[in-house]
Design a protein around this ligand. Structure first.
Ligand SMILES: [Zn+2]
Length: 656
């Protein structure tokens, strides 16, 4: 007698897992702060962005005088716009929480109104299509204004007076008039001229052009001549020490990475930021993301009012003080990678925010693999899967077009988003460890195509299809536009076939109701044989995929998805051991049964789970009992022995 023993291991992914919290809101509240709501994702589009879009912003120059003694400031904005319609008679900007004092064009006053959420400026002479003009907007912020966009605190709540902006996804409008949607980046960038008492310093996007002095004041002239989404414009003012890395790049350039921090944090910061050059070298490699897209990089802690772990303000990432003092290299890798994915190429709107956050979360995993090796990478990205699975049911939406409250959801947007890239890489066949191939070529083509602009999910799909020749509709439909993930049950049997071994295997999907019914995702398994192993891939076309593999050596066990390419909750199955015999002796599930099917199962298992014989459509045709079962009246064909609850099925062929 020869028996076939099936012992498949249940490997359900665990749930609870701590994760880098890029969107954990916390607010270092100071008593009496006028904070009207959480500073997290709010999407405060009081006016539809499209209705404002009869012009194109070319440049923002903002001159701000910060007293550094309260939350107020006085400012002037020189706004350069181009008309996108035949005769532009008004320019309407997002504008909240601020007071407009006057608007001028070439020195002549213009009339304006400030209905809820906007500043509407009437042009004295209409602007012809494609012509440009500059509007001078004089405005101020009251010290009593609600704390959005601009945050300020004084001792004793902070060590030094500290002011900063923090505006994702759309609160730039709370500190400067602007067209506050990523779809209109000023192509000539932004210039922030920050006047502070001469005991303070400032930092902002881009490079410091010069410092001028006035009576008791200094004005820092910051210039960033690159297109920039408004939510990535930043400045900060306090008592700062500063130091920098000068990082040589592969293309021969050197990029400065400039750090700002309170003097007392200067020493710890040298440890905190010590990996920045390596990160920059890694990501900017021509085989990965390609050349760094801006003139500088840098970091500044958000000492007051900063609600995130890190924020990828263009060329000047802001980080939580806990990152500064405790370090968080993966978090910092996440933020640096945004310089390519989020800042250089920005999601055209927040329906496509996974193009920012999924990419940056994936980049974290890459950098972890670079630092700590392949095993660590697998473990790190598995953690992202666990975070996603733990949030999947309570946040039941796809990564595309999340609800406004979900655009910065860690599990769905960040973690599943990172896995979508991981899986796309597998689908495109770019699977060699630390040897980037066609997937990265497509990624760089995407970067080149939308450099300094904006992109949508359709754009990203199209670039990948062009680069690979693949039709990726199914992939994006199932993973991006639909919800959830597959739950697989794998069952397999083996039998000798001459010098080889024949393996019959089934991959069943029993996805939950919050998921697509069927994922066509190719699914790799490894048969572990004595002395060697063999990789096989299922290509499911239905929820029950059958496949036959011929192996050179006897398979002893099966490892599902050994290199972590697929976002699936678990690989099945029960710790049940089954033995089946027919009247002539041993059968296994791949052999033909005639007349009587002898079922031998552990009686405790059998009492716990009904065992049945299913036809290929999944219909139960017989209840099986331990011992002999008469199958002589069944039509010849393929059936499955299935134990309920275990998702374990064995293929049998009933012969004539
Ligand atoms: Zn991010």
């Amino acid at each position: 007698m020869k028996t076939i023993a099936l012992l498949l291991i249940l490997a359900v992914a665990g749930l609870a897992q701590s994760d880098v919290g890029f969107d954990e809101p916390w607010l270092a509240g100071k008593p009496g702060a006028n904070i009207s709501s959480s500073p997290g994702a709010r999407l405060t589009s009081l006016v539809p962005a499209e209705s404002l879009h009869s012009y194109n912003v070319r440049h923002y120059r903002v001159d701000i005088a910060l007293p550094m003694t309260n939350e107020s400031y006085v400012a002037h904005e020189a706004l350069s716009i181009r008309s996108d319609e035949p005769s532009l008679s008004a320019c309407t900007l997002h504008f909240v929480n601020l007071v407009c004092d006057s608007v001028k064009r070439d020195g002549a006053p213009l009339t304006f109104t400030t209905p809820a959420g906007v500043l509407a400026i009437m042009l004295d002479v209409p602007l012809p299509q494609n012509d440009s003009t500059v509007l001078d907007i004089f405005f101020h912020r009251e010290s009593t204004a609600a704390e959005h966009g601009y945050h300020f605190a004084m001792p004793p709540y902070v060590t030094y007076a500290y002011g900063m902006t923090c505006t994702p996804p759309d609160t730039c409008r709370y500190w400067m008039p602007c067209y506050d949607a990523p779809s209109d980046k000023p192509e000539r960038g932004v210039m922030l001229n920050l006047t502070v008492p001469d005991t303070f310093q400032t930092c902002a996007n881009g490079l410091l052009d010069s410092v001028t002095t006035g009576p008791g004041t200094r004005t820092y002239w910051w210039n960033h001549p690159y297109p920039i989404a408004t939510y990535l414009i930043v400045f900060s003012a306090s008592r700062f020490a500063t130091w920098q890395h000068n990082i040589p790049l592969q293309n021969g350039d050197t990029v400065p990475s400039i750090y700002f921090m309170w003097p007392s944090d200067s020493v710890v910061s040298t440890t905190t930021f010590n990996r920045i050059p390596d990160m920059m070298t890694y990501f900017s490699d021509s085989i990965r993301f390609g050349a760094y897209p801006f003139e500088k990089y840098g970091m500044v802690p958000g000492y007051y009012g900063f609600p995130w772990g890190g924020m990828e303000n263009q060329t000047l990432t802001m980080i939580a003080t806990r990152w500064l003092r405790n370090g968080d290299p993966m978090g910092m890798a996440h933020e640096m990678s945004h310089m390519w994915w989020g800042d250089m190429v920005t999601c055209v709107d927040f329906a496509n925010v996974w193009l920012n956050e999924g990419f940056a979360t994936w980049a974290e995993c890459l950098y972890d693999g670079h630092m700590n090796g392949r095993v660590a990478f697998n473990s790190y990205i598995a953690g992202k899967a666990r975070t996603y699975v733990s949030q999947h049911r309570s946040h039941d939406f796809p990564i595309y077009n999340p609800p406004p409250s979900g655009i910065y959801n860690t599990g769905i947007i960040y973690c599943k988003g990172s896995w979508v890239l991981r899986m796309l890489q597998f689908v495109e066949g770019d699977t060699a460890w630390e040897n980037p191939g066609i997937f990265y070529q497509a990624l760089r083509a995407y970067g080149d195509s939308f450099r300094y602009g904006t992109a949508s999910t359709e754009d990203f799909q199209r670039i990948n299809e062009q680069a690979t020749g693949l039709d990726l509709d199914w992939f994006f439909n199932e993973w991006v536009y639909d919800r959830g993930y597959p739950r697989y049950t794998i069952t397999w049997t083996k039998q000798p076939l001459g010098d080889s071994w024949l393996v019959n295997a089934t991959l069943a999907q029993h996805n939950d109701t919050n998921s697509a019914r069927l994922f066509h995702m190719p699914f790799p398994v490894r048969f572990n044989c004595a002395g060697e192993s063999a990789l096989a891939v299922f290509h499911p076309q239905d929820t029950l995929a059958l496949d036959t593999f011929v192996l050179a050596a006897e398979p002893l066990s099966l490892t599902p998805d050994p290199d972590n390419w697929v976002l699936d909750s678990a690989h099945v199955t029960a710790g049940v051991e089954e033995t089946m015999n027919d009247e002539r002796g041993t059968i296994n599930a791949a052999t033909v049964v005639r007349g009587v099917l002898l079922l031998q199962v552990d009686s405790r298992q059998h009492s716990a789970y009904r065992t049945g014989l299913l036809d290929v459509s999944g219909r139960r045709v017989m209840q099986l009992v331990p011992g002999p079962n008469d199958v002589s009246r069944l039509s010849p064909g393929v059936y499955f022995v299935r134990q309920e609850g275990n998702h374990l099925s064995l293929k049998v062929v009933v012969g004539r």
